[in-house]
Design a protein around this ligand. Sequence first.
Ligand SMILES: [Zn+2]
Length: 284
Amino acid sequence: MVFKKLKMTYLYYKTIKMKLVFNSLFFIFCFFSYLDSAELIGKFEQGNLIVGKTTPGSKIYIDKKQIKVSKKGFFVFGLNKDRKNDVAIDIVENGFNKKIIKKVYKKKYKIQKIEGLPKKQVTPPKEFYERIRGDNKLIGKARSINSNLSYFINEFKIPIKNTIITGVYGSQRILNGIPKSPHYGLDFAAKEGTNIKAMLDGVVTLSEIDLYYTGGTVIFDHGHGVSTLYMHMKDIFVKKGQKIKQGEVIGTVGKTGRSTGAHLDIRLNWFDVKLDPASVLKLD
Ligand SMILES: [Zn+2]
């Protein structure tokens, strides 16, 4: 009887132990399937946009700063032009923590020399300083919007057809021998009046016909801080607050603002981080 009781206790103990083993195995299993639940799309290269998907309800921190996660689990962030440090992505879901460290690959940037520009194009006259400050404020405000839109998960499309690229992201410009800040846009050669199409669904957050540097300018919000900007436009067909579909004609190519000639210059931003538009476009 005593023996039987002991045996029972032993069996009971064994069951508990099995349960514990099973539970910890189950725990490990859950943890790993959870680890698999964060996907990242985009190359970890300087100037690139990275889109991620995690389990809805999770929290995401990029370099310890929390970013927005959509209801379906999508999130997005951008890598600075000169970023050298690894990116730390922290995922928190139901009390589980996971850290992903990603190396950022370097991009080679071109040096672009432009000579013989009129002096006022190289350094703006003092009387325009206030206007430029005002323009920058407007642009900065549009770029700081952190909306819940999630258009950024879709594929971008080229804004003009049958064109060639005449200026790339990150190229250092030396104007009349003076090194200037890098060019953050992607330039497309096109005749004045050529239709410009929206690269992605978005909401217009800025529509200005005459900014000092960028001339006719339109900014779209694509959600979570992702914005695109079109500049030097001749005509603008969209208004602030309007929702635009990908492929819709938003205006025409011009040479407004400080432009060396008719062309379209587009920009891609993640808040105040200026990104490479080529990183989201299929260019051939
Ligand atoms: Zn440009």
